[in-house]
Design a protein around this ligand. Structure first.
Ligand SMILES: Cc1cc2nc3c(=O)[nH]c(=O)nc-3n(C[C@H](O)[C@H](O)[C@H](O)COP(=O)(O)OP(=O)(O)OC[C@H]3O[C@@H](n4cnc5c(N)ncnc54)[C@H](O)[C@@H]3O)c2cc1C
Ligand SMILES: *[C@@H]1O[C@H](CO)[C@@H](O)[C@H](O)[C@H]1NC(C)=O
Ligand SMILES: *[C@@H]1O[C@H](CO)[C@@H](O)[C@H](O)[C@H]1NC(C)=O
Ligand SMILES: *[C@@H]1O[C@H](CO)[C@@H](O)[C@H](O)[C@H]1NC(C)=O
Ligand SMILES: *[C@@H]1O[C@H](CO)[C@@H](O)[C@H](O)[C@H]1NC(C)=O
Ligand SMILES: *[C@@H]1O[C@H](CO)[C@@H](O)[C@H](O)[C@H]1NC(C)=O
Ligand SMILES: *[C@@H]1O[C@H](CO)[C@@H](O)[C@H](O)[C@H]1NC(C)=O
Ligand SMILES: *[C@@H]1O[C@H](CO)[C@@H](O)[C@H](O)[C@H]1NC(C)=O
Ligand SMILES: *[C@@H]1O[C@H](CO)[C@@H](O)[C@H](O)[C@H]1NC(C)=O
Ligand SMILES: *[C@@H]1O[C@H](CO)[C@@H](O)[C@H](O)[C@H]1NC(C)=O
Ligand SMILES: *[C@@H]1O[C@H](CO)[C@@H](O)[C@H](O)[C@H]1NC(C)=O
Ligand SMILES: *[C@@H]1O[C@H](CO)[C@@H](O)[C@H](O)[C@H]1NC(C)=O
Ligand SMILES: *[C@@H]1O[C@H](CO)[C@@H](O)[C@H](O)[C@H]1NC(C)=O
Length: 577
């Protein structure tokens, strides 16, 4: 394990020197940007942090704030759909600050965005927000950016919805590529991947530009009467991090992960070539893009996903007042029923007190029977249990869409895939129960996401996400401590270390398992194993083949090297292996 214990590993100017090593002076700098701008038809834009209009100093120099813009930012500070409109609208603030350098960010107090302490007489600093970005509209924009990166040594970063919780959509000193405006969407009842023979492979599918998000596909699927097995939030981009890094949602137990269902990508690889990757061409790249993670194999412009005829799901909405006394009997019942529920197609989100799961496989009467142990329990606790049948889109619009998760915080995650073996014997179940009990005593209630693709007929080695997914019932979420908007660097480092302790406790219970790359602790120590297992080595080889010059990279993505100084904003807080 590499452990970076020196607090101040580098200074801002040292980092600038690394990033701009090939740029000689100010005039050259202006010149390269305007040349780039011309080559991308004026789609290059300058960018500053999201909350800048509230500040009167920017990067240490006096700045004329904008009270009207500031007030709108304050009012919408926790709104994902508001931030979504802007290149600099990151969902989690760890993506926009340079966390390992004191004060290198531009944040409001998220508990009270009007708190003047955050911005009065405080400098708004650039943090990890790129100073320039291209509003990508066609493949050539990406090809020009790659050429620019190769010639200048300036790094690239790719941003879609800005939902990453691991700082992978930004990079200090980089040229940003924003794909949000690639918003075409279409569907085809008889899609054949390009280069494949139609007779064997025609499938119903939806094709989306890289900027289209989950909420947009869901609404489109309602209009065109099909089912898209997507994510559990409007904001999440479909072609970007979600599908490339695995991608889970409540239909996964029956329909597989996002990566299982993707049929084709259009992608500009770092060697500057627009490629089609599917089961019949560039198969190695296709495999890598089915779980290897966004941000490193190329810039995806479009993806095509298998969809299903519209169908109903049976929904259970079970709630009860949570008390310290009812937690243990509640999770005991959950653990005992997990294997059976998985066979019945149940997927969802289980928090103590609030339990929403759906299955496309059971009728209302069957669901009633299946959930009896838990509905009886909820009612005994003065809770409620309601079963209903809705089309998947109607379910989404009732249970998911109206409740966008609040953002604008430093969202912290520590997750683990819990193998089916943990549910098979009384002894293993007892261990699982005692883990959750101890965790609840020491920290808080875990959240259970039963989404392992256990009924999906997965084709051996068709995807590159960790194989641990294939033999797991749950993705288990623990609640690590979070950075505050004003945490010091030392406090952030303490949080990273406290999260390691939490990671370790669940790793010890489930040795050899892994986690969902998209929802993991970004500081996971043995990250290659945890995110990809044995798929890591072939993934790196594919990465090198398509990116021989190392033009794309992101923090703890495939091909990331622990000593890469360009990632000091993150790396400076906690080393991996
Ligand atoms: C509110 C919220 C809800 C979530 N819900 C779910 C959920 O239900 N299920 C689930 O599985 N995950 C969920 N996630 C996690 C989500 O899958 C990841 O954050 C994912 O990385 C988001 O991808 P994005 O493209 O939308 O975001 P971004 O942060 O913009 O990008 C994430 C990564 O993908 C890369 N990338 C983006 N676009 C492209 C592209 N076109 N080509 C190449 N690389 C690209 C970026 O460089 C970055 O590395 C949620 C996250 C949030 C914040
Ligand atoms: C790029 O050119 C466009 C159109 O001429 C202009 O509006 C924009 O401000 C330029 N971008 C930068 C960063 O100068
Ligand atoms: C602003 O901060 C500077 C330096 O920290 C200090 O000298 C100055 O008095 C402050 N001004 C106000 C109005 O607080
Ligand atoms: C989007 O669709 C339009 C109309 O079909 C097409 O002209 C355009 O090229 C598409 N854009 C992209 C980026 O694929
Ligand atoms: C899985 O497929 C990839 C891509 O084709 C290949 O590189 C890798 O070696 C395969 N892994 C196994 C275990 O066969
Ligand atoms: C939607 O598709 C389903 C499944 O094919 C069908 O039963 C239903 O009638 C369709 N609804 C509409 C409004 O077309
Ligand atoms: C349920 O409510 C009844 C009546 O208010 C009360 O007597 C009982 O203690 C409650 N049960 C639990 C488990 O909270
Ligand atoms: C299950 O069925 C029984 C008998 O019809 C009914 O009383 C009960 O309310 C049902 N449970 C749920 C959660 O719908
Ligand atoms: C399917 O869901 C719709 C509403 O989304 C509902 O009207 C219909 O009754 C349901 N069908 C069945 C068979 O339950
Ligand atoms: C789920 O049930 C609870 C308790 O009855 C209720 O308050 C909530 O509105 C329900 N959720 C939805 C989306 O209907
Ligand atoms: C944002 O915060 C406001 C005020 O605290 C609250 O009313 C609103 O529900 C929050 N929005 C989201 C999306 O959580
Ligand atoms: C769960 O299963 C264990 C045996 O594995 C048993 O001792 C326990 O009573 C069961 N819990 C419930 C609530 O049925
Ligand atoms: C951060 O701000 C809160 C108020 O929002 C304050 O209570 C706390 O002391 C501050 N922490 C630091 C390290 O300045």
């Amino acid at each position: 394990m590499l452990f970076f214990s020196t607090p101040q590993l580098f200074t801002l100017s040292a980092l600038g020197a690394v990033v701009c090593s090939k740029i000689l002076n100010h005039y050259d700098t202006r010149d390269i940007w305007s040349t780039l701008n011309q080559s991308v038809h004026g789609r290059l834009h300058a960018s500053a942090p999201f909350a800048l209009p509230c500040f009167s100093s920017y990067n240490g120099k006096p700045f004329q704030g904008d009270p009207a813009a500031c007030s709108s930012i304050q009012k919408n500070y926790n709104s994902s759909l508001f931030r979504d409109q802007f290149f600099n609208g990151y969902m989690n603030f760890q993506d926009e600050v340079c966390a390992s350098v004191a004060g290198d960010g531009c944040l409001l107090d998220n508990s009270d965005p009007s708190d003047p302490l955050a911005y009065k007489n405080v400098s708004c600093n650039q943090g990890s927000v790129p100073e320039h970005y291209i509003d990508v509209q066609e493949p050539d924009d990406v090809i020009k950016a790659l050429k620019f990166a190769k010639e200048t040594g300036i790094r690239l970063s790719i941003k879609n919805s800005g939902s990453s919780n691991s700082g992978r959509n930004s990079l200090k000193g980089s040229l940003g590529l924003w794909v949000r405006h690639l918003n075409n969407i279409s569907y085809d009842r008889n899609f054949t991947p390009e280069g494949c023979r139609a007779a064997n492979t025609a499938q119903m599918s939806v094709t989306v530009g890289a900027g289209v998000n989950n909420g947009e596909v869901m609404q489109y699927s309602g209009i065109h009467n099909f089912t898209f097995a997507g994510a559990y939030a409007d904001i999440v981009g479909v072609s970007g991090g979600w599908v490339q890094g695995g991608g889970e949602g409540v239909l996964c137990p029956v329909y597989g992960l996002g990566a299982d269902r993707v049929l084709q990508y259009k992608i500009v690889t770092p060697d500057g070539v627009l490629r089609i990757a599917n089961a019949c061409q560039n198969q190695d790249l296709f495999w890598a893009l089915r779980g290897g993670g966004g941000g490193t194999f190329g810039v995806v412009l479009e993806s095509t996903h298998k969809v299903e005829e519209a169908f109903n799901v049976t929904i259970a909405n079970i709630t009860f007042p949570r008390t310290p006394a009812n937690y243990l009997p509640f999770v005991d019942r959950i653990i005992n029923s997990t294997a059976q529920w998985a066979q019945e197609g149940w997927g969802g989100n289980i928090n103590p007190g609030i339990f929403v799961t759906v299955t496309p496989l059971l009728s209302l009467a069957q669901a009633n029977e299946s959930l009896k142990s838990i509905t009886d329990f909820a009612l005994s606790q003065n809770g409620t249990a309601v079963l209903e049948s809705l089309t998947y889109v109607d379910f989404y619009n009732k249970f998911v869409r109206p409740f966008p998760p609040p953002i604008g915080t430093a969202h912290a995650l520590s997750t683990r895939l819990i193998p089916t073996a943990m549910f098979k014997t009384p002894a293993a179940r007892a261990k699982m129960l005692s883990f959750l009990q101890n965790y609840a005593k020491q920290r808080s209630y875990a959240y259970i996401i039963p989404v392992g693709p256990v009924l999906f007929p997965h084709v051996l080695n068709s995807t590159s996400y960790t194989p641990a997914w294939l033999d797991s019932y749950w993705l288990l979420g623990l609640h690590p401590p979070e950075w505050a908007w004003n945490s010091t660097v030392a406090q952030k480092r303490e949080v990273v270390e406290a999260t390691w302790t939490i990671d370790k406790s669940i790793e010890e219970l489930t040795p050899g398992s892994g986690t969902h790359f998209n929802e993991a602790d970004p500081f996971t120590r043995d990250w290659r194993q945890a995110y990809w297992g044995d798929n890591y080595e072939p993934l790196v080889q594919i990465k090198r083949k398509y990116d021989p010059d190392g033009l794309l990279n992101c923090f703890r993505c495939v091909g990331f090297e622990e000593d890469d100084q360009g990632f000091e904003c993150y790396r400076g807080l906690g080393g991996g292996q």
